[in-house]
Ligand binder design. Structure first.
Ligand code: EPS
Length: 406
């Protein structure tokens, strides 16, 4: 983002069938435990989910840390991670032939024109969702920072595949059992009935040589008020989250809280009433309670102390075994789009990607507010902020605060 350099940022590189993927994370303070087991667990989850193609049987994604970590902890330097591609064959033209018939819905056509070639492979190798392995590794560091410095938990799952939807409601006090339910589900959804319905849709889709998408959801728990900013569009946390989620391959819509449904309600039916419960003053919500969370935890681009709730919509993957109407870029004659090995449904994998990219954006916003070069300093800044916020009003103009409020 040109307008604003985030303290915490990342970059990925690598092609789907190149030798490896890499990710570099900048702005991690010193002292964060870089637990590769947790990163590898997320990478393994990203490879899973019912409906994936043959590639995941070939790969066992794990990270090798190349820079920025000493004795298991960050040292404040850029952290670089490498994930090897076992299916590496980029320069083997027999194994990785040119693609002249672009797939509707993929980057093939636009990219070929952009980079002035008729071989869509030049584009698709980087546009491929294989890149999300590196993105998950990078973003998982943000997730580790959130947990270790601010005790923030992030939870992502599949809400629906086509029209098969779980109706289970998500709440912080049930997080443990929700994680178990999701991890038991072949599609990463939250109940057995929805899992079976989703699997059966994916099975049918496969036998029809088609593809299918779905909706994913992510909740971020235990954020204090005031993370993000209302000062400029690019500092708004909902703007950053939306950008990160929309940036996941094949995503076509993002919502915060009720999202697109907000326009279907009057203000009096939508906005979450504000209350105060002094017994909760020590929680990050500072005692402010809301009887609903239609705003999805974000108001004015800032956290409001309620869970952040993000929804994302993934379209069906563009590579269909039965092909789609297209043209040959060399002859311009009508042809079926070219088939590349792919997935029938990657919504489960996308829920893992979404969970981690959302975690990273929230971590970046925390770092923008609290700064610091070490976990100790950042955590100290965070605690100091909460201490002052709890003692408000600091200095009321006009005397006694009760009089002013009345
Ligand atoms: C993916 C790896 C890719 C695809 C898929 C996701 O591997 P390959 O092309 O070798 O089968 O399975 O990528 C796409 C859906 C896409 O459109 O590019 C992965 O690791 O997630």
């Amino acid at each position: 983002m040109t307008q604003h350099a985030q303290r915490l940022s990342y970059q990925t590189a690598g092609e789907s069938h190149g030798p490896s993927l890499v990710a570099t994370v900048l702005g991690v303070p010193a002292g964060v435990e870089i637990d590769t087991e947790i990163i590898n667990r997320e990478l393994a989850r990203r490879q899973g989910g019912y409906g994936r193609g043959g590639r995941q049987k070939l790969e066992t994604d794990t990270v090798e840390i190349l820079t920025g970590v000493r004795l298991g902890k960050s040292i404040g330097a850029p952290i670089t991670m490498l994930i090897k591609n076992r299916d590496s064959r980029l320069d083997d033209l027999k194994a990785t032939p040119p693609v002249y018939r672009p797939r509707p819905g993929h980057a093939d056509l636009a990219g070929s024109i952009k980079w002035l070639t008729t071989d869509c492979r030049e584009t698709l190798e980087r546009a491929s969702a294989r890149e999300t392995a590196a993105r998950v590794a990078a973003c998982c560091i943000g997730r580790l920072m959130l947990k270790q410095m601010f005790d923030v938990d992030v939870f992502g799952f599949v809400r629906s595949v086509l029209d098969a939807e779980t109706e289970v409601e998500v709440s912080y006090d049930r997080l443990g059992e929700l994680i178990v339910a999701r991890d038991e589900s072949a599609t990463y959804t939250l109940d057995a009935v929805a899992t079976e319905q989703q699997c059966s849709i994916i099975r049918q889709t496969k036998s029809d040589k088609d593809t299918v998408g779905g909706d994913v959801e992510c909740h971020v728990f235990n954020c204090p008020l005031g993370i993000g900013s209302s000062m400029n569009w690019y500092e708004k946390l909902d703007s950053r989250i939306a950008g990160a989620v929309m940036g996941i391959q094949a995503f076509k819509a993002v919502g915060i809280g009720l999202g697109a449904q907000c326009s279907k309600r009057l203000g009096s039916q939508l906005h979450d009433p504000i209350g105060f419960d002094s017994s909760k003053i020590n929680a990050p919500s500072l005692g402010f309670v809301r009887s609903s969370n239609n705003a999805g935890g974000l108001e004015g681009g800032m956290t409001n102390g309620q869970p952040i709730v993000v929804t994302g919509t993934m379209k069906p993957i563009a590579t269909l075994l039965k092909g789609l109407p297209s043209v040959d870029l060399n002859t311009k004659k009508p042809e079926e789009s070219q088939y590349e090995r792919s997935d029938i449904c990657a919504v489960s994998a996308a829920s893992v990607v979404m969970e981690n990219v959302v975690a990273f954006e929230v971590a970046a916003a925390f770092m923008d507010k609290f700064g610091g070069d070490s976990v100790i300093e950042t955590r100290g800044n965070y605690d100091a902020f909460l201490d002052v916020a709890r003692t408000l009003p600091l200095d009321m103009p006009g005397g006694d605060p009760d009089t002013v409020i009345a």
